[in-house]
Design a protein around this ligand. Structure first.
Ligand SMILES: CC(C)(COP(=O)(O)OP(=O)(O)OC[C@H]1O[C@@H](n2cnc3c(N)ncnc32)[C@H](O)[C@@H]1OP(=O)(O)O)[C@@H](O)C(=O)NCCC(=O)NCCS
Length: 190
């Protein structure tokens, strides 16, 4: 049977963060910082109204984990189990074998290593919790902070896609794909 995020024990803790599953009522709390220009610069989705933001938040709840400090949500993460690519006759065995991660931090707490701490915790959730064999994440190549996080938590840059991604500034930017295998994660832990 496949383990889901809801099957795991919550909350989980890092040195400075408490992690739990996202809740519908978190939407309003994060709205003031989630819509800030420094966060929206690199996120995929852009909500222009609170209603829009709530609707989008609700649709992402099954794959969303939040990080709290002092009882406040300061980090939002994605841990989404996905099917690995396979030849058609192997689809059943490739199903749910990998996960995609994402992370966003309240600008008020950025620059203290919390992004790295949170991302590592999400990686642990995916590999030790969900038991996937491979974890992936993507970013715009110009998102240096996110790239550095991926590097620091042991992910490998597996692809740079030249002018592949259209940014909302109107510029075509390079995209990057990063990944780590569960076996590589395990070797780093030991
Ligand atoms: C990316 C993000 C989560 C980083 O959060 P953070 O708490 O500042 O991260 P950390 O403090 O752990 O810093 C991570 C590393 O990035 C580096 N870094 C941070 N900002 C940087 C920048 N503008 N340019 C280059 N490096 C940067 C830090 O120095 C650190 O590296 P170091 O330990 O070698 O010094 C945060 O900036 C954010 O939420 N950005 C908007 C949303 C986003 O980009 N999400 C990811 C989409 S792929």
């Amino acid at each position: 049977m496949t383990t889901e995020l809801t099957d795991l024990d919550w909350p989980q803790h890092t040195d400075r963060l408490e992690l739990r599953l996202a809740r519908a009522q978190d939407a309003d709390e994060i709205w003031p910082w989630h819509r800030s220009p420094e966060v929206q610069e690199w996120t995929t989705t852009l909500s222009t109204t609170l209603e829009d933001h709530r609707e989008r938040w609700d649709s992402h709840l099954p794959v969303s984990v939040v990080g709290l400090q002092g009882g406040h949500v300061v980090a939002v993460g994605k841990v989404e189990r996905q099917d690995a690519w396979s030849q058609a006759d192997m689809v059943g065995q490739a199903r749910g074998q990998q996960a995609e991660l994402g992370w966003v931090l309240d600008p008020a707490v950025q620059g203290q290593g919390l992004g790295t701490e949170f991302a590592l915790a999400l990686l642990r959730v995916a590999i030790e919790g969900l038991g996937v064999r491979r974890v992936e994440a993507g970013c715009f190549a110009e998102n240096l902070a996110s790239r550095r996080i991926m590097e620091k938590i042991g992910m490998r840059c597996e692809g740079v896609f030249v002018q592949e991604s259209l940014h909302r500034s109107g510029r075509w930017l390079d995209g990057m794909s990063w990944a780590i295998l569960a076996s590589e994660y395990g070797a780093r832990q030991s």
